[in-house]
Design a protein around this ligand. Structure first.
Ligand code: URA
Ligand code: SF4
Length: 193
């Protein structure tokens, strides 16, 4: 059962020392949401608020993510939210390639357990580690990639939308595209929103 397997994985990650980020973290931020979600959002890594609380997207960017989800009829009980790295990079620097490489197996396990139909990459770092290093978010956002049965969409990170309001128009397009894809491929499922 997904919940039991996720809980087991969460306990394993809570003790992880596979990369140097373990030395400066307060809490591991495993991820949260519906273990059977069809829609999964993947960010970059915990910031200060997330590190303190041990939960993903609970700071300013997280509040915006909540609003973005709500605008298309989703919430934390109907989606799953995780990050590329589970421990906070000091000072909110980008995760380094060796840190992402050490950690991404956990994300792959989460995806394998939850089996979402739609994966939304929030921002450049997320999109690069999931879709490949040549992704440029301003150029490539809003384009669906069908990979191994998953529908994957890169879009702006909510923190970018807070810095630059002008990006919100395209972000809204992407949200509507997510809702439309969900209605197209996920209707009739067990955890409809
Ligand atoms: N930014 C992220 O990428 N992930 C979080 O969990 C919070 C902020
Ligand atoms: Fe382990 Fe990932 Fe934390 Fe590094 S970031 S210590 S790999 S859980």
């Amino acid at each position: 059962m997904s919940l039991a397997r996720l809980t087991q994985l969460k306990n394993e990650v809570a003790a992880c020392t596979r990369c140097g980020l373990c030395k400066t973290r307060t809490n591991v931020v495993f991820g949260e949401g519906n273990p059977r979600a069809r829609l999964m959002f993947i960010g970059e890594g915990p910031g200060r608020d997330e590190d303190l609380l041990g939960r993903p997207f609970v700071g300013a960017a997280g509040l915006l993510l909540d609003k973005m989800m709500a605008s298309i009829g989703f919430n934390r009980n109907t989606v799953y939210i995780a990050n590329i790295v589970k421990c906070r990079p000091p000072g909110n620097r980008d995760p380094q390639p060796d840190e992402a490489a050490a950690c991404i197996g956990y994300l792959r396990s989460q995806v394998a357990i939850i089996k979402p139909k739609i994966i939304v990459c929030l921002g450049r770092i997320s999109a690069r580690y999931i879709l490949g290093t040549d992704i440029r978010i301003t150029r490539d956002r809003g384009v669906w990639h069908e990979v191994k049965g998953f529908w994957i969409l890169p879009t702006y990170h909510p923190a970018a939308l807070l810095r630059n309001e002008a990006l919100k128009k395209d972000a809204w397009r992407d949200l509507l595209a997510i809702r439309a894809k969900y209605d197209e491929i996920c209707s009739g499922g067990a955890n409809e929103s």
